[in-house]
Design a binder for this molecule. Sequence first.
Ligand code: AMP
Length: 376
Amino acid sequence: MLLPGATLGVLGGGQLGRMFTLAARTMGYRVVVLDPDFASPAGQMADEHLCADYRDQNALQRMAETCDAVTTEWENVPAESIEFLARRCLVAPSAECLAVAQDRLAEKTRAREFGCDTAPFANIEDSGDLVHAWSMIGAPALLKTRRMGYDGKGQVRVNSLDELVAAHEQLGSVPCLLEGFLPLEREVSVVLARNALGEIAVFPVAENQHAHGILDISIVPARVPESISAKTRDMASRIAQGLNYVGVLAVEFFVLRDGRIVFNEMAPRPHNSGHYTLDACATDQFQQQVRALAGLPLGDPRLLTPVVMVNLLGDIWAHGPQWLELLKHPGVQLHLYGKAEARPGRKMGHYNCLAPTVDEALSLAMTTRAAIGISG
Ligand code: AMP
């Protein structure tokens, strides 16, 4: 067990690393961040920022020497770097868990082993597999790259074999999955923490709405029957247990129009759809990440108030965001990530709308979104 005063490391210096760093330092830990960006959001908050490539041997050596335990905010950190560190200090989640979450084929195959339903899918290693995959899945379908897809990137909707062939080429002819396109009723996610003793704390289920492939808002509690929430929490726990996972894990599910629950993907780290926990839960997802990494008992994940989280993308920086339109509401909590450059689609921050009921939280979210110029 690592108590306050110990040093924790994080690979990756984006907003997730920043919120981990803030949580850890609040709890009295020292934090070392490895990220190649001089102005990285987490580096700004860390005791030490190793400004180097994720493969840099000197930086990794320094991290291994100074840190008692290391985690990651990004699943695509090079496997060799994780293995290098794991030989020298505690690393969680494990290289094996990261490898599963990096590959859509591996994560869906494992999820099925743990009893979760998935969309029908066919593996496409190379263009020689396209005809067979099409004969298995058919229209309508989604072609997704197996690796490095996020925020709707790396995927194309296809309605014929010709379209599939063109889409595969457009995605660089890399290994892909062809997935049946499902009739979605809602999208929900479950964030949980598991420590090395196997204790699990599951946060309430979030209902997620996306715009242009990027998470737009999360509504908590999700507006689904309790039986569906309970099943998704149970499935996420089974995955964490099955993988012997240590850390914070986010699992995304689809709820279909016929009530079926389908596993979509997982992230081996805190998740954008868990940012509501920062203001609405007894313990937030970053405190849980610290606790799980340090081998401490997990905190209470209980929801204290209904909440709607709204993402702030760089698009609205074009006309200078009117922060007072948010801050004048006592129920709004603003979080900005310290990114100097605002680009369209770039996650710059988020805010949580707290209210006595979920309808009131949603209405506060809608009013404030309009007031600061978020369209749609
Ligand atoms: P993903 O990158 O897998 O999270 O997919 C991005 C978004 O595409 C999801 O949030 C869904 O809105 C949609 N989507 C992904 N897979 C499917 C599917 N099999 N059927 C219908 N919609 C999907």
